[in-house]
Design a protein around this ligand. Structure first.
Ligand SMILES: Cc1ncc(COP(=O)(O)O)c(C=O)c1O
Length: 380
């Protein structure tokens, strides 16, 4: 199956052996009857497995060209499960420009359990190798990065990971498998905040992992069941439904994203626009190689880097809603320094370019003319 067919049918054979419903049934149950101890139909207890969640996990594996999918209660719960593969004393080399919540989980929870994180710039992937020691067990990559839209060469990172026998995990939330499939580029684990583009309608919080390797999959399934951060059947259904339109939504997100990025770039009051589709983006060539298109996430900074002016723009927006999150059909605007990335200390934030006047847009799939008119009236 090709990608656009997989979003609808991937891993979804015989979704309802009982009645043949075309859409997956929502098995709203915690437990399953047994004829004798162990005499069940493949499901015992819904923390361990639930038929609706299992269908979602198969769909996730299919669209990421993986073998095993795992669904969690949130993106951070999925990351948490990956980190539980490690032991005290292990080290992680991570992108320094990453989602603030991931940074918080790494530094505020797992550093306390004796895991060491090296946050580094990965725009030049060779830099990763300079930070690897014999204790390094995991490379954590987010690309495009949030909110700087840096691009990291997944193939080059995978080569380094293989050479040193280290796992490579890629947070594929921004790109989605429509644009980029990290397992095909050599990654071991793909992670998603399915809350974003996979769900696609800002109505569910859910996380996902996809792997090819059986041994890693078995360890992760063990952690999923043992730690128990699973998602419910209703939420699994919502993401299954979202995935069915991922390809057409992403196509429009990319078209609208390009138009917005170009509009902002030509605006006299805008200093800089961060979007990997620009030919002068530092890793545009790699983006072109590893991504099908450039997505609908854009960050920009106003001239003079004025905090109050940036806040005024955000407050003036009418169609773009000021809100956390991204990846829904509706356009959202955010202020990383005070919202998504507030958990990163100001000094660290500014080192990587997240200045106080930065605005991040998740460009939705409304009519592009209306989005441009909205930005025009808000920026003035
Ligand atoms: C890139 C990225 N990774 C991970 C997460 C965490 O996902 P969740 O909010 O579903 O826990 C987010 C959430 O904003 C994100 O943007």
């Amino acid at each position: 199956m090709k990608f656009n067919t997989k979003t609808i049918h991937g891993g979804q054979h015989d979704v309802d052996p009982a009645y043949g419903s075309v859409m997956p049934p929502i098995y709203q149950t915690s437990t399953y009857s047994q004829s004798t101890p162990g005499g069940h139909k493949g499901f015992e207890y819904s923390r361990s497995a639930n038929p609706t969640r299992s269908l979602l996990e198969k769909s996730l594996a299919s669209i990421e060209n993986g073998t095993y999918g795992l669904a969690f209660g949130s993106g951070l719960a999925a990351i948490d499960a990956v980190l539980k593969l490690l032991k005290p004393g292990d080290e992680v080399v991570s992108t320094n420009d990453l989602y603030g919540g991931s940074y918080r989980l790494f530094t505020k929870i797992f550093e306390g359990f004796g895991i060491k994180f090296n946050f580094i710039g990965m725009e030049n992937a060779n830099n990763i190798e300079n930070h690897i020691s014999e204790k390094t067990k995991l490379i954590w990559v987010e690309t495009p990065t949030n909110p700087m839209m840096n691009i990291i060469d997944i193939k080059a990172a995978a080569k380094i990971a293989k050479k040193h026998k280290i796992m490579l995990a890629v947070d594929n939330t921004f790109a989605t498998p429509y644009l980029q499939q990290p397992l095909d580029l050599g990654a071991d684990i793909v992670m998603h905040s399915a809350t974003k583009y996979l769900g696609g309608h800002s109505d569910v919080v859910l996380g996902a992992l996809v792997v090819k390797n059986k041994e890693i999959a078995e360890k992760l399934y063990f952690i999923q069941n043992a730690s128990g951060a699973v998602c419910g059947p209703q939420d699994s259904f919502l993401v299954l439904r979202g995935i069915k339109t991922l390809h057409i939504r992403m196509q429009r997100h990319c078209e609208n994203g390009k138009a917005v990025a170009e509009y902002l770039r030509n605006h006299p009051k805008i200093e800089k626009v961060y979007w990997p589709g620009f030919e002068d983006h530092p890793n545009h060539k790699i983006a072109k190689e590893q991504m099908k298109d450039f997505g609908g996430m854009i960050s920009f900074v106003t001239k003079g880097n004025n905090y109050d002016e940036a806040i005024k723009i955000i407050e003036n927006l009418k169609i773009f809603t000021l809100a956390e999150s991204l990846g829904g059909v509706e356009s959202l605007a955010g202020h990383p320094a005070s919202m998504t990335h507030a958990s990163i200390p100001k000094e660290e934030r500014e080192k990587i370019g997240i200045v106080d006047s930065m605005i991040r847009l998740s460009v939705g799939i409304e009519d592009i003319d209306d989005l441009i008119v909205d930005l025009k009236q808000a920026i003035g």
